[in-house]
Design a protein around this ligand. Structure first.
Ligand SMILES: Nc1ncnc2c1ncn2[C@@H]1O[C@H](COP(=O)(O)OP(=O)(O)O)[C@@H](O)[C@H]1O
Ligand SMILES: [Mg+2]
Length: 306
């Protein structure tokens, strides 16, 4: 008997996520795919060959699911991520664990992108013990650079280094924490706006722009930036699609800026869990949510075909 397809889902609830989740479930149900929602792997356990989730007194064997859709950047935990890796050995996941882990790390992502012929900011990686000497040399060459924690988000922890004073100011941060790797990028001269391009299953979904607030050079909303309607051009769509595919990301949000000196687009990072447009942003005119939902539903349908 070919059983009914059954998938697990964990999707953020804030910023309109709850309504998005409901739509996805309805559309999957229409295709006869059952969805078990709210499966935070934080609450799962493993016993020998199985990963279990207890829901309302009922034990669900997660490794028997046909697919798991994990989409909650805000509530990720170390344990949840650890089981993500294990579960994906047995069950297809969106995004795959490998792609998820890759896009969580800015150096690993840039390394892959560069080798795939996607333009990124020039970068260097050093062991912490050599960083001080090496950063001094590279600063002379680049004039300005950005220190980035390899696993950061929202513009947090980024420091712009323009001279030896700001370099010295960074050293205590590197020395006191348990950091081993030091990742720096060349500071790109740009107009303090970016493009955020969403790609699902290798297809263009939507684009918007962000503008840095006040004197800040970071476009992140959490760093004071604001979102605005912005149309992409063909070059931007091509570069974003190439970046998503290089990262093996079924779903990706690519951050792109325009380098005014080199006169070319630069991919800053690939986000594996890019947020849907919030209800406020939809009112502004960001209208890509339905297209994104449809592409995700198609993708889940295709990946679970028996
Ligand atoms: N090399 C760079 N040159 C100039 N600005 C940068 C550079 N890297 C990042 N930024 C600015 O900082 C913001 C955050 O950087 P990003 O790499 O996207 O990390 P995060 O995960 O924190 O969003 C970008 O949106 C951009 O505005
Ligand atoms: Mg970013």
């Amino acid at each position: 008997m070919a059983g009914k397809r059954k998938i697990g889902m964990w999707l953020y609830k804030n910023g309109g996520g709850k309504a998005i989740g409901k739509k996805i479930i309805e559309k999957l149900n229409e295709r006869d795919i059952k969805v078990i929602d709210d499966l935070n792997l934080r609450n799962a356990t493993a016993r020998n060959s199985n990963i279990w989730y207890n829901e309302k007194g009922k034990d669900i064997k997660l490794n028997n699911l046909d697919l798991f859709f994990s989409y909650n950047a805000g509530e990720q935990t170390i344990y949840q991520t650890y089981l993500y890796q294990a579960l994906n050995r047995m069950v297809p996941m969106i995004n795959s664990y490998d792609s998820f882990a890759l896009t969580e790390d800015k150096f690993q992502t840039s390394f892959i992108l560069r080798n795939a012929g996607v333009n990124t900011a020039d970068y260097r990686l050093f062991h912490r013990d050599e960083a001080q000497v090496e950063l001094k040399k590279i600063l002379k060459k680049w004039k300005g650079m950005v220190y980035k924690p390899t696993n950061g988000w929202g513009g947090a922890g980024l420091s712009k280094i323009e001279d030896e004073d700001s370099l010295r100011a960074l050293m205590p941060t590197l020395n006191q924490s348990n950091i081993r790797e030091v990742f720096v990028e060349k500071f790109i001269k740009y107009d303090n706006t970016d493009f955020r391009v969403d790609i699902v299953d290798g297809q263009f979904v939507g684009c918007y722009g962000r503008k840095a607030g006040g004197n800040d050079w970071r476009t992140n909303v959490t760093s004071g930036g604001s979102v605005f309607i912005r149309e992409p051009n063909d070059k931007i769509i091509t570069v974003a699609t190439k970046a998503a595919i290089a990262c093996g990301a079924d779903i990706a949000g690519i951050d792109i800026i325009y380098d005014q000196e080199q006169e070319e687009y630069v991919v800053l990072e690939v986000n594996g869990i890019p947020a849907f447009a919030t209800p406020e942003q939809e009112k502004m005119g960001l209208d890509f949510n339905n297209k994104k939902i449809d592409l995700i539903v198609d993708l889940i349908d295709r990946k679970t075909k028996k």
